[in-house]
Design a protein around this ligand. Structure first.
Ligand SMILES: NC(=O)c1ccc[n+]([C@@H]2O[C@H](COP(=O)([O-])OP(=O)(O)OC[C@H]3O[C@@H](n4cnc5c(N)ncnc54)[C@H](OP(=O)(O)O)[C@@H]3O)[C@@H](O)[C@H]2O)c1
Length: 294
């Protein structure tokens, strides 16, 4: 048998089949996109905004703290990226609309939203010595408001722009407490569970109404030492609390997460690399959720 490998098996004019893959790294690019990040002034938001800029996007740094918002913009610009600071409260729909108008008048479009504003609130916890049936409903409701409606309200505003454009990716930030309820943080736990319910509900509606062009997913971080949980994890003398030790003991990686360890998952969910993924929550927790403790 004569196997002449130098001879093409198809004529030059025959149609060439489309490749059944997309170029691997290009799929993760956010080049040319405008991504709004609420909570960008926070600790996790810092890593998120730097990474999203590095992936090529123009970043809207949305928060309330002017100095930290400016610092985020400066840090992004120092690496050659583009960013703008927008000060607004995620619980105020008018402020969200004004923020959206500001972005549209400067950059004309919005391609992605990261709902990272949130966190536990000290007054919304129920300590072990506290009456289980007599805690602050008002503070608990405040934690639900911030984490749940602080996700829903920005989505109603920025999501509409993406829906009209016919393309976009929304990434919410849940927590491991949605899967494995943590002691004390009642309002926060209820809110993050609801964020995951909202993520699935919206993903279905977005898919049915707009097709795969508009998606919603979530990231559930494990434990990362930041401002909103510092009082639960660090003693006044700087040492770890008993709760912090318990977290570490229950994490197969035996440590807290580092903020930069969230960013790969974030870029994946914002980009075309996850183009057939919607309604998912990705745990980034060093194995915490999988571990039985034995
Ligand atoms: N750290 C963890 O271990 C962990 C674990 C699971 C999930 N998470 C989630 O990750 C997200 C980021 O938290 P983080 O740990 O980075 O906390 P953080 O450093 O305390 O940051 C919280 C962010 O939320 C913003 N924010 C709070 N209330 C706001 C409001 N009403 N309007 C606008 N922005 C508001 C803050 O902005 P300003 O300061 O500018 O007001 C800040 O940027 C939160 O959703 C949190 O629940 C964190």
């Amino acid at each position: 048998m004569n196997l002449d490998l130098s001879t093409p098996t198809h004529s030059p004019s025959a149609p060439v089949a489309a490749p059944r893959y997309l170029p691997a790294l290009d799929q993760f690019s956010l080049r040319g996109r405008v991504i709004v990040i609420t909570g960008a002034t926070g600790v996790l938001g810092e890593s998120m905004s730097l990474a999203v800029a590095e992936a090529g996007a123009r970043v809207v740094v949305l928060g309330r703290n002017d100095a930290r918002a400016r610092a985020r913009v400066d840090a992004i610009e120092a690496t050659g990226g583009e960013a703008m600071a927008v000060l607004a409260d995620v619980l105020d729909q008018d402020q969200m609309q004004a923020a959206c108008d500001k972005v549209l008048s400067a950059w004309g479009t919005i391609d992605g939203l990261v709902n990272a504003a949130g966190g536990n609130m000290p007054g919304a916890t129920v300590g072990p010595d506290q009456d289980l049936f007599d805690f602050s409903i008002e503070q608990t409701r405040g934690a639900v408001d911030l984490n749940l409606f602080g996700t829903v309200i920005p989505t109603t505003v920025f999501g509409r722009v993406m829906a009209e454009k016919g393309r976009g990716s929304i990434v919410n930030v849940s927590s491991l407490t949605a899967q494995r309820p943590l002691t004390r943080v009642l309002g926060y736990t209820m809110a993050k569970k609801a964020v995951e319910a909202y993520t699935q509900w919206m993903a279905v509606e977005l898919g049915l109404r707009y097709g795969g062009a508009l998606r919603m997913n979530a990231i559930a971080p494990g434990v990362f030492l930041t401002e909103q949980n510092r009082s639960l994890l660090v003693n006044p003398d700087g040492g770890h609390t008993e709760r912090a030790h318990k977290f570490i003991a229950h994490t197969p990686f035996q440590r807290f997460g580092k903020p930069e360890e969230l960013t790969g998952t974030l870029i994946y969910l914002l980009s075309d690399a996850s183009r057939f993924v919607s309604g998912e929550t990705v745990m980034v927790d060093g194995g915490f959720n999988a571990y039985s403790g034995v």
